[in-house]
Design a protein around this ligand. Structure first.
Ligand code: FIX
Ligand code: ZN
Length: 412
């Protein structure tokens, strides 16, 4: 292959390889209205709510009293009409509409609403997955969510494209209020620091829900100040229940450190912030529990380099995604370079974190472009040494980056 042919082939492969998206907040269509889609959900995404309050002068409470469509009208007005929609989250809405075949230059919100209202959910789901090139969507499933728990308890026919991860934030971060819930559901846990009996019962709870959901891994988001080991309920629960359960079921434990919840509570879900994490806890987990597997994504840009070094030291650590405030082209480029140059291909450069189905389209289109350009450069550098890549090797590499490497890690 000439250099030009190599570049064309890499770009084509990156844009056409199916993705297994390992972290989203989407739901199997069996969950009904919990699966968000359409223009009003796109516009009221919490990323855009936060941005709209850079311009809105109304009291927060008045905004939250509006209907979803009224909120969407306001956001459209301030972020798309009165100001140019340059931010990543704004551009994302336009990329999505454009790739759905809608004419964004008309700026006609009522017409867009009409188009979405005419879509049939089942066919529309297939269409979004197809345009985004996503073959598997891993949900974030919480037994503590009162809307989703009954659906799991009832049982439903699974959509083949939706897999599951068991999310356990309330249990690990708010044991005081979660223990009584578990007790109410028939798990014999006591109040206070969990003793062996309680830990065994928490394991029984994890086993029940891992089976019910077919969970691929357990996951938690963590504040920047999180420490392990530590004299806390959280540390006791991790060591005495999460890690033994993950070993028994051969499941990774995914940690997502760096989020400070409710920095501005008036913004509700849009009000979470960020902090620099002391990553010693990741080292302590990986070194102290070599029989466990850990996956990690960290929110702060400044933590990304150290996280790569940790992945070089610990083969039981898989790093993934450019999470949330790092999911912008500039940082996807930087973080993907760091990872490929320091760790190689045994990483998962991106997950979408989509909360609205249609967002899969822009999040993956934008990420594929950023990741593709890094790969083009890396293969070009290899070619300069005289090394010749074959087409199947490039396809293999991209499949690994888009979910294959994580799959292998999970199975190991
Ligand atoms: O904790 C998480 O999984 C975060 O991704 C979310 O809480 C956050 O609100 C989000 O949507 C980020 O993209
Ligand atoms: Zn998330």
């Amino acid at each position: 292959m000439t250099t030009a042919q190599l570049e064309t082939f890499v770009r084509k492969t990156v844009s056409s390889t199916p993705v297994r998206d390992i972290h989203t907040h989407l739901y199997d269509p069996a969950f009904g209205e919990l699966l968000l889609w359409g223009i009003d959900d796109l516009l009221t995404y919490h990323y855009l709510v936060a941005e709209s309050f850079r311009y809105l002068r109304m009291p927060y409470a008045d905004f939250w009293k509006l209907t979803k469509s009224q909120q969407a009208d306001l956001i459209w007005d301030v972020l798309f009409i009165r100001n140019s929609p340059i931010s990543e989250a704004c551009r994302g809405v336009l990329t999505t509409l454009n790739l759905l075949g809608l004419d964004v230059k008309k700026r006609d919100l009522p017409k867009l609403r009409k188009w979405f209202a005419a879509q049939k959910p089942d066919a529309y789901i297939d269409r979004c997955l197809k345009i985004a090139g996503v073959e598997d969507v891993c949900m974030t499933n919480s037994p503590f969510d009162d809307l989703e728990r009954p659906v799991w308890e009832r049982g439903f026919k699974r959509h083949p494209a939706f897999s599951s991860a068991l999310r356990i934030d309330p249990l690990l971060l708010d044991w005081k209020n979660t223990a009584p819930k578990l007790a109410g559901w028939g798990y014999k846990v006591g109040p206070g620091r969990p003793n062996q009996k309680s830990l065994d019962e928490v394991r029984r709870f994890f086993a029940d829900w891992s089976k019910k959901m077919g969970a691929r891994f357990l996951m938690v988001s963590l504040p920047p100040e999180f420490k392990f080991p530590d004299n806390t309920d959280t540390a006791a629960l991790i060591e005495g229940a999460v890690l033994p359960h993950c070993r028994e079921f051969n499941l990774p434990f995914a940690v997502m450190p760096g989020v400070t919840r409710a920095v501005n509570p008036q913004l509700k879900m849009a009000g979470d912030g960020i902090g620099l994490t002391d990553l010693s806890f990741v080292k302590n987990l990986c070194a102290g529990f070599p029989e466990n597997k850990f996956a990690a994504t960290v929110l702060s840009r400044e933590n990304q380099h150290e996280m790569c070094v940790l992945a070089r030291k610990f083969r039981n650590l898989h790093i993934f995604g450019c999470w949330w405030f790092t999911n912008i082209p500039h940082l996807i480029d930087e973080i993907t370079r760091l990872r490929l140059e320091l760790v190689g291909l045994s990483v998962t450069p991106q997950h979408s974190d989509a909360r609205v189905l249609d967002q899969l389209i822009y999040k993956w289109t934008h990420s594929r472009t950023a990741i593709g350009e890094v790969l083009v450069e890396k293969y070009r550098d290899l070619a300069a040494t005289g090394w010749a890549m074959t087409k199947p090797e490039i396809e293999r590499d991209v499949r690994n980056l888009f979910g294959g490497a994580f799959e292998t890690f999970c199975k190991a």
